[in-house]
Ligand binder design. Structure first.
Ligand SMILES: O=C(O)CCC(=O)C(=O)O
Length: 291
């Protein structure tokens, strides 16, 4: 699919209409492939240098959720003007980063993401003020397990989900929306390295296994408007990345100064403890948040 061409790197009214009517937008050419490959190299250097470095939690946990809290290059990427100029077209001028996550599927593995709505367990309600920017650091194709979106499904409320706790599922509870999705209703979100998709927090989406020879790496940013608030947990956290926060609903997260510094690891634990209470509320089994 030809990449969406942006004027001055920003969404025009046609792209905005497409986002609000489908619940997603792709492929947005964000950076040259060699810049994406630098970001991939930064992640792979962390994987090489920190896997057995005695971190308090498995390295995978820090990759899978809130990577921006402990990895400076992730917080920096989230603040890249090229990304925020696009996101501003959905959220407006004031933008918080709620989470940054790597969704990695190793070559020839069976990891999947079941069909779900992101906002189901985040305690933020069924809101329009959250958008996910999924940046491809390697090819995301049907073969490598790219995401599938159900167009228009973001117009639903939060639908009932079932927890599977399946070990092959990359989601916290292995949650699956209790709706039968026909193959023909899925749009395959193919992305080349350096391309990005946007999706609404209520869109029904998932992804299949990676049967390709390469890793499938998505660098995923969840951006929110500052007027959103945590409705289930006692408090929540976010990093101001553009504009102003006139609401103060989220405890501010500073960009980390160096990889896995003691202060950033302590903050990571605090966020994880709070968010786990919200995410695991009502779960039939007790599991650590991406432990
Ligand atoms: O990377 C994937 O396959 C799924 C990611 C996802 O569910 C999300 O970004 O909301």
């Amino acid at each position: 699919m030809a990449a969406i061409s942006l004027e001055n790197g920003r969404l025009g009214s046609a792209e905005q209409e497409q986002y609000w009517s489908s619940g997603f937008l792709f492929p947005i050419k964000l950076m040259e492939a060699d810049v994406a490959s630098d970001a991939r190299a930064a992640l792979e250097a962390v994987e090489r240098d920190w896997l057995d470095a005695g971190l308090p939690l498995p390295l995978n946990t820090y990759k899978r959720i809130n990577a921006h809290v402990v990895m400076p290059f992730v917080a920096e990427l989230a603040r890249a003007p090229a990304i925020l100029d696009v996101v501003e077209g959905v959220l407006g001028p004031d933008i918080l980063l709620y989470s940054a996550e790597f969704f990695v599927k190793e070559p020839k593995t069976s990891h999947v993401v079941s069909m779900h709505q992101d906002l189901t367990y985040w305690g933020l309600g069924a809101i329009d003020g959250l958008v996910t920017a999924w940046l491809a650091l390697s090819p995301a194709t049907p073969e490598s397990g790219c995401m599938d979106f159900v167009a228009g499904s973001h117009k639903n409320p939060i639908l009932p989900h079932e927890d599977t706790f399946d070990a092959n599922n990359l989601l916290s509870r292995g949650q699956e929306v209790r709706v039968d999705v026909e193959e023909g209703d899925k749009t395959r979100i193919e992305l080349q390295p350096g391309e990005m998709s946007l999706h609404h927090g209520l869109i029904i989406h998932g992804s299949g296994p990676n049967v390709s020879e390469d890793r499938r790496i998505g660098c995923v940013f969840r951006f929110i408007r500052p007027d959103m608030r945590q409705e289930v947990g006692a408090r929540d956290f976010a990093m101001l990345v553009r504009g102003e926060d006139r609401f103060g609903h989220f405890t501010p997260v500073p960009p980390p100064k160096r990889l896995f510094s003691p202060e950033s690891l302590a903050l990571y634990d605090e966020i994880r403890a709070e968010q786990a209470k919200t995410m695991m509320k009502g779960a039939s089994a007790s599991v650590a948040l991406y432990g």
